[in-house]
Design a protein around this ligand. Structure first.
Ligand code: KG4
Ligand code: ZN
Length: 356
């Protein structure tokens, strides 16, 4: 990796407590040219030095994806360079592979990949295809996913519900260290087969559901009359410029900290239980965890400890490559480039593109 420049939109969306699609597209439009220039400058190269242009075709917000796809197509055409289309989820998996390769770590296969972000909670079996070195690409089989909210979405919604900032994951992560995770006994989440008959190719054992947990937190807040203290915290944090999770600590009582820690524990235990069960069922040789939620401290500790107990390697990307970034898209594009899998001029944004 020679450069990886990120234009964060967190400040813009934080004002609204979530991503506003129109603002996301506008910021992409404003940032795309300066970000590409900065990336070339940091890498010490020019457009002429590039082998190919890689771009995310989906899944994601249509407007934001279109900005990237149109710009990349224009660039590839003007420079007469190949264009490569990448699935965002494949990118998250390749963030891990990129770093493993850098450390000359050979990744045992098949790998079980958990992609856990604001938009996804998906389990994939990932394997390199047979073929000559020149024609090896990766193939994926989706074996599990969320039937409602993504795990990151649950972190964001619970944080918002408790009067914290956006995105909620880092707030919950930091504050959970100060609470008792056993204080509120949220039960295990089992997704029943019946309502999801259409998804029979996936065993219900590997399906996730986080909306019930979010509702359980809401119910706890209502039952324990916490609304007033939540509103007071929200107002207090709004008055602190650039408020950080540490600013919320003196604004949280023990009950709130315990609720946060218990919520986080429930999410982490559920993700681990289903991921390790899938690894056993599909005889995976290792587990890779990526996406924004993979930055979570407790999640990392829990998965690593479980992996050690089962002698199953668990691999995470570095924190910088856990959340969305461009290096992971380039990493996923490389095997396609070597295998000659280029996109055509008809490439367009695919907001609900699936993987595997
Ligand atoms: O992968 P990502 O940057 O963007 C998407 O593709 O969604 O993931 C963002 C998500 C947000 O929901 C955010 O709250 C969550 O990742 N996140 C975390 C942490 N850092 C980011 N969730 C839990 N703990 C964290 N430390
Ligand atoms: Zn992502």
């Amino acid at each position: 990796m020679v450069s990886n420049v990120i234009a964060s939109q967190i400040r813009t969306h934080a004002l609204y407590g979530g991503v506003v699609p129109e603002l996301a597209s506008r910021e992409h439009l404003q940032n795309i040219v300066p970000v590409v220039r900065a990336a070339l400058e940091q890498a010490g190269c020019t457009f002429a030095d590039l082998d190919a242009i890689a771009v995310t075709e989906g899944p994601g917000l249509a407007g934001a994806l279109l900005v990237g796809v149109m710009y990349a197509k224009g660039l590839a055409f003007a420079l007469n360079k190949p264009l490569i289309a990448v699935n965002h989820l494949e990118g998250h998996i390749h963030a891990v592979l990129l770093e493993a390769k850098k450390q000359e770590q050979v990744l045992a296969q098949p790998a079980l990949a958990l992609v856990v972000s604001g938009g996804h909670t998906h389990l994939y079996l990932a394997e390199e295809t047979d073929g000559t070195l020149q024609h090896k690409t990766w193939q994926y089989k989706n074996i599990g996913k969320t039937v409602d909210d993504a795990a990151g979405e649950a972190f964001d919604k619970v944080a918002k519900l408790l009067g914290m900032g956006y995105p909620g994951g880092p707030w919950i992560d930091w504050l959970a260290q100060h609470g008792d995770p056993r204080a509120v006994p949220f039960g295990p989440v089992n997704v029943k087969q019946k309502p999801y008959r259409a998804q029979q190719e996936q065993s219900p054992r590997f399906l996730f559901s986080f909306s019930g947990l979010k509702t359980a937190v809401l119910r706890y807040v209502q039952m324990h009359s916490m609304a007033q203290s939540i509103e007071a915290r929200r107002v207090a944090l709004a008055n602190i410029p650039d408020a950080k999770p540490a600013d919320a600590l003196p604004l949280c009582d023990t009950e709130t900290l315990n609720l946060i820690a218990s919520f986080q524990r429930a999410v982490v235990v559920d993700l681990a239980r289903k991921t390790f069960a899938a690894a056993e069922t599909f005889q995976s040789a290792c587990i890779v965890v990526s996406g924004g939620v993979a930055a979570n401290r407790e999640l990392r500790q829990h998965f690593l400890a479980e992996g050690r107990a089962r002698a199953l390697p668990v691999i995470f990307p570095s924190l910088a490559l856990s959340t969305d970034n461009a290096a992971m898209i380039a990493a996923a594009a490389w095997p396609k480039f070597v295998a000659g899998e280029m996109a055509t001029a008809t490439l367009t944004a695919e907001p609900s593109l699936a993987l595997g």
